[in-house]
Write a protein that binds this ligand. Structure first.
Ligand code: SAM
Length: 209
C-alpha cells in the first residue's frame, strides 16, 4: 500500500491545516478574507485555470484542492512565478475537504472542471457528482453561491443532468444559463487538450439557495 508522503518544505502557497479533523476558519486560510469573494477549485490539476483566475481577480481569494502531490507542488511554483498572492493550495481529497474541513457558508463560487470521468462502468460510482456531493457543496457555499461544472465526457454530463433533475428541489438549487461571454472564465489545461482533439465540452451552472 502506498504511503502519503509529507510535504518536504514549507511553502507559503500551500495551506496545511493545523487540524485535519476540525472545521477550519476561512481566516486560517486567508487572514484577509473578510468581505472578499472566495473561490474554490476542486481538482485544480496543473493549475492553469487557477493561476489565470488569481491574476484576473487579485481582490478575490482562491483555494485549489488537488490530491496529487506533484501537481500541488507544480501549481505552487506557478503561483509564485506569477506573483499571485491571493491563492492557496490544499493537498486533499475534495469530498473530504467539503465534508469535514471547510467552514459552512464560506465560499462564493466552486469550480468543478473536468473531474476524472471514471469511464468504465464498474468505476462509475466513483464519480463525485452526486446528491451527497451537492449537499456538501450547499453547506459550504454562501447563500446564492454557485457551482460551475464542465466536462468533455458525455456519460458524466448525462449523469450530472439526471442528478440535478432528481435533487434540485430537495437540495435547493436552480440551474442558470451560462453563455460563453457571461464572465471571465479561462480555458483549463485539460479543456485545451480536449478542444485540440475536437471534443465537445458541456457546462452547467447551478445557483444554490
Ligand atoms: C482531469 S484533471 C482536470 C484538472 C483541471 N481541473 C483542468 O481542468 O485542467 C482532474 C484532476 O482532479 C484531481 N482529482 C481527481 N479526483 C480528486 C479528488 N477526489 N480530490 C481532489 N483532486 C482530485 C486529479 O488528480 C486531477 O489533477
Amino acid at each position: 500500500m502506498s504511503r502519503i508522503r509529507p510535504l518536504k518544505t514549507s511553502n507559503d502557497r500551500i495551506w496545511i491545516p493545523e487540524d485535519y479533523f476540525a472545521r477550519a476558519e476561512i481566516g486560517e486560510i486567508f487572514p484577509d478574507a473578510d468581505g472578499r469573494v472566495i473561490e474554490f477549485d476542486m481538482g485544480c490539476g496543473d493549475g492553469g485555470f487557477l493561476v489565470q483566475m488569481a491574476q484576473h481577480h487579485p481582490e478575490h481569494r482562491f483555494l485549489g484542492v488537488e490530491r496529487l502531490l506533484g501537481r500541488v507542488r507544480k501549481v505552487s511554483r506557478k503561483l509564485k512565478a506569477a506573483n499571485a498572492q491571493n491563492a492557496r493550495l490544499l493537498r486533499l481529497e475534495s469530498q473530504y475537504a467539503l465534508d469535514y474541513l471547510l467552514p459552512e457558508s464560506s465560499v462564493d463560487r466552486m469550480h468543478f472542471l473536468f473531474p476524472d470521468p471514471w469511464p468504465k462502468e464498474k468505476h462509475a460510482r466513483r464519480r463525485l457528482f452526486s446528491e451527497p456531493f451537492l449537499m456538501a457543496i450547499k453547506r459550504v457555499l454562501k447563500p446564492g453561491g454557485e457551482l460551475l461544472f464542465k466536462t468533455d465526457h458525455d456519460d458524466y454530463f448525462e449523469l450530472a443532468q439526471e442528478v440535478v433533475k432528481e435533487c434540485g428541489d430537495k437540495v435547493g438549487f436552480e440551474r442558470l444559463e451560462w453563455p460563453e461571454d457571461a464572465f471571465f472564465y479561462p480555458i483549463t489545461d485539460f479543456e485545451q487538450q480536449w478542444l485540440d482533439m475536437g471534443k465537445t465540452i458541456d457546462r452547467m451552472r447551478l445557483r444554490f439557495d
